[in-house]
Design a protein around this ligand. Structure first.
Ligand SMILES: Nc1ncnc2c1ncn2[C@@H]1O[C@H](COP(=O)(O)OP(=O)(O)O)[C@@H](O)[C@H]1O
Ligand SMILES: [Mg+2]
Length: 293
């Protein structure tokens, strides 16, 4: 079963003085259950609009979207959903414990489970020491972590996260990647948006690149990285023991290795030299923008 199905989704906003902003144009996308999907795009591409449509915060103009086979207009579509919004708004006077208790109660979890799981999640997100402080004193990163804790508490089958790494330091980003990997390991589906390509490689099964509201690329990350191997960095010592490092293009690897070995060299390492994910993203965006203008 697909966790997310989007068919022909379009959304036009009414901007200032009635100007029309076409935020999404005929978007089609399926995300399989158990998949980690990275929704990549520059600022203003339509990522948050897609997520707001999926989470029932905006009405679709046309097309349809379903979560686990349930139309997003039906509140039941959100029963298995954990959601991290782009700009989480928490209650300033409440502390982290109170937020999690509140969310747990809304999801009908029993008090014991709320307490146990809240403790675990607060520790995981390194918020346990600050969990009794009102959140109005939290930094941006702490607010982001608590909002993520809120999304995780009901242990949902589907996590939709709008820029989950934004506002986090490198440790926080690594933590979020671990949480995504752990969710996948437990059979959960994760759909998250980002504009940072290094967030993608480590965790995603597939990515979609959206530009000006249109899906311009849909890729399997492992294949993309495999195809992206442009050559190999070969480290070797020649027969006199001097160390060398050569970048050998993909098609000539065999021939070069044969001749190195024949010359009496010893190989130390052969590392794939990949096309940079960032370069791929930038090129896709540039090509799409050229096509659309
Ligand atoms: N409430 C709104 N009213 C008018 N235009 C909007 C509104 N929200 C978003 N937009 C416009 O829709 C486009 C897509 O925005 P958004 O989905 O937030 O992009 P992203 O999350 O990829 O940065 C942008 O051009 C943005 O300015
Ligand atoms: Mg956004």
């Amino acid at each position: 079963m697909n966790a997310i199905e989007i068919k022909g989704l379009s959304k036009t906003y009414r901007g200032k003085r009635g100007a029309r902003v076409e935020a999404l144009v005929d978007l089609n996308l399926d995300v399989k259950a158990g998949e980690v999907f990275g929704f990549l795009g520059p600022n203003g591409a339509g990522k948050s609009t897609t997520i707001k449509l999926l989470t029932g915060q905006l009405r679709l103009n046309s097309g349809c979207a379903m979560l686990f086979g349930v139309q997003v207009s039906d509140p039941d579509a959100r029963l298995r959903l954990g959601y991290l919004p782009e700009n989480p708004s928490l209650h300033g006077h409440m502390n982290a414990w109170e937020h999690l208790r509140f969310v747990g109660q809304i999801h009908g979890l029993d008090a014991q489970r709320i307490k146990r799981d809240s403790q675990q999640i607060l520790e995981l997100l390194e918020l346990d020491k600050d969990a009794k402080r009102p959140v109005k004193g939290y930094s941006k990163g702490m607010t982001q972590r608590l909002a993520l804790a809120v999304a995780l508490l009901p242990d949902p089958d589907l996590l939709i996260l709008d820029e989950p790494m934004s506002g986090l330091d490198p440790l926080g980003r690594a933590l979020v990647k671990d949480i995504i990997r752990d969710a996948k390991g437990r059979g959960k589906t994760v759909f998250f948006s980002t504009h940072i390509t290094s967030d993608i490689e480590a965790v995603c099964d597939r990515i979609g690149i959206v530009v000006r509201g249109r899906l311009c690329a849909l890729e399997n990350v492992a294949e993309l990285l495999r195809e992206g191997v442009e050559g190999y960095l070969v480290r070797y010592a020649d027969k006199l023991g001097c160390q060398h490092e050569d970048l050998i293009v993909r098609d000539r690897l065999r021939e070069r290795l044969d001749s190195l070995l024949a010359s009496g060299a010893t190989l130390d390492a052969i590392e794939p030299h990949r096309r940079d994910m960032e370069a791929y993203f930038l090129q896709t965006v540039k090509d799409a923008e050229a096509c659309l203008s």
